[in-house]
Write a protein that binds this ligand. Structure first.
Ligand code: H2B
Length: 97
């Protein structure tokens, strides 16, 4: 079961992500990033690879694809905020680019 990140634990987990293009979503305890690819097929292929990990970890993104861009929002619905699962999936998404 995920736990909501505390003020003490969120810094070390989120700071590296913030340095890599992720940002807090205004008004939500969530992180977001816009991924841009060469074309639609590259974007969709990346989504497919990310989806396999999301399903394996039972932790799913909120995402929107328009042509070569994918806007991703990560938060943990079960705890109504950010958990370590979000940081883990964000790291994996960055690694899959
Ligand atoms: C029933 C199912 O295991 C839960 O709804 C899982 C599915 N995927 C999830 N994804 C995300 N982002 N947050 C969750 O709390 C979550 N919970």
């Amino acid at each position: 079961m995920s736990e909501k990140l505390s003020e003490e634990t969120r810094g070390p987990l989120l700071d590296p992500l913030m340095r890599n293009g992720w940002h807090m979503v205004e008004g939500r305890d969530a992180i977001a990033k816009m991924f841009e690819f060469e074309n639609f097929v590259d974007a969709f292929g990346w989504m497919t690879r990310a989806a396999i990990w999301a399903e394996k970890w039972n932790h799913h993104p909120e995402w929107r694809n328009v042509y070569n861009r994918v806007e991703v929002v990560l938060t943990t619905h079960d705890v109504d905020g950010l958990s370590a699962q979000d940081a883990k999936l964000a790291r994996k998404m960055d690694a899959l680019v």
